[in-house]
Design a protein around this ligand. Structure first.
Ligand code: ATP
Ligand code: MG
Ligand code: FE
Length: 353
């Protein structure tokens, strides 16, 4: 099936077009630059940017794919989770398109789509299941068990406070680094801002690892859960007390290592507990080299296959929604009720609304 997918849950306006498992177009506009001065995504600003970007993005994706609206078999759109106002722009646009063309419309889950995107990754043998998925971005931090992409998703654990990317963004600000903090903390840790270009020592500062005590790991609801607010507070306390004596590269590397250690440890716990020997990494924080490297080593040591889709497919995009849409259509599943709305906290297991 030929499916157009629209994504607008956060600060990316994405339109992707997929034919079966073939990726034909993936147009992404981001309002990231507009959020820089606030140090994080401002919902109202993101919504306004989606309104401006959505029309041109749809036109550009169709042109790139070389298809017309009439050729489509269906339209898919992110219905949640995400920022309500941002989601509403994509859903409204999708409903308009569906009404004008008479095409079937599917409201889909953003988290499932982060996994489904591997169906259309040019370098992938397709989505291999079952897999454990680690989704890490500015808005989410989840460990999922995926037995089936449409009706076999189980949330094992998520963050109880900040998302991993959010922790990077907030700590970056503390260190005087611009938003988005993730890439800047990585650069700082690698020594890019060091006068001598010396990389940071990831063991220079001992930062806390959230929810990693034996007691936490024995409690089922905490075993795969994350907490980064203590780490953020520790970073604030450390920088205040330190008064700039410790090199920025050392603080950044130590912070990065603390986040990565917990993400990797809990993912490997899920692997051990379930006996599933595959891990898929997704979300914008997949851009983090230390995370990819550390997770790669842990998986290799455990005899587990690690899959990381190309980065352009890890960050928010429309192709992931189109990919999930094509799979849903391929299975002959019915479209969403025309009156469906957006659900900012849509559960991971609710793949279709
Ligand atoms: P959502 O949560 O809905 O997926 P988002 O826009 O917050 O939306 P992405 O666009 O996928 O998420 O990713 C952006 C996040 O990834 C930001 O928080 C950014 O700091 C983080 N990030 C990007 N590159 C890196 C990196 N090299 N290291 C750590 N974090 C990174
Ligand atoms: Mg983003
Ligand atoms: Fe996302």
């Amino acid at each position: 099936p030929l499916v157009l997918g629209i994504e607008s849950s956060c600060d990316e306006t994405g339109v992707g077009i997929v034919r079966g498992t073939q990726l034909l177009a993936n147009t992404v506009a981001t309002s990231m630059d507009e959020h820089v001065r606030y140090g994080g995504v401002v919902p109202e600003v993101a919504s306004r940017a989606h309104v401006q970007a959505i029309g041109p993005a749809i036109r550009e994706a169709l042109a790139t794919a070389g298809v017309g609206l009439d050729d489509l078999d269906a339209i898919a759109v992110t219905a949640g989770p995400g920022l309500s106002g941002a989601l509403l722009v994509g859903v409204s646009a999708a409903k308009g398109l569906a009404a004008a063309t008479g095409k079937q419309l599917y409201g889909l889950n953003h988290l499932a789509a982060h996994v489904a995107v591997d169906l259309v990754a040019p370098d992938a043998p397709g989505l291999e299941l079952p897999t454990i998925a680690l989704l890490v971005s500015g808005g989410h931090t989840e460990i999922l068990r995926i037995d089936d992409i449409v009706d076999g998703i189980e949330l094992l654990g998520s963050t109880i406070d900040d998302a991993a990317g959010e922790a990077f963004d907030k700590t970056a600000r503390l260190l005087g680094l611009d938003y988005p903090g993730g890439p800047n903390i990585s650069k700082a840790a690698a020594g890019a801002f060091d006068p001598e270009g010396r990389p940071g020592d990831p063991h220079a500062v001992s930062f806390p690892r959230g929810l990693m005590t034996g007691k936490d790991l024995r409690r089922p609801e905490r075993r795969y859960a994350f907490s980064f607010s203590g780490l953020k507070t520790a970073a604030l306390r450390f920088t205040t007390a330190d008064g700039g004596r410790t090199r920025q590269a050392d603080v950044a590397a130590s912070f990065e290592q603390a986040v990565v250690d917990v993400l990797v440890a809990k993912t490997m716990l899920a692997v051990e507990d379930t006996g599933i020997d595959r891990v898929l990494l997704g979300g914008g924080v997949a851009a983090n080299a230390r995370l990819r490297e550390t997770l790669g080593q842990a998986c290799a040591a455990a005899g587990v296959a690690l899959r990381v889709p190309p980065l352009s497919l890890c960050t928010d995009n429309g192709a992931m929604i189109a990919a999930l849409g094509a799979e849903v259509v391929r299975r002959g599943l019915p479209p969403s009720d025309p009156g469906f709305g957006v659900t900012s906290s849509l559960e991971a297991s609710d793949v279709r609304v």
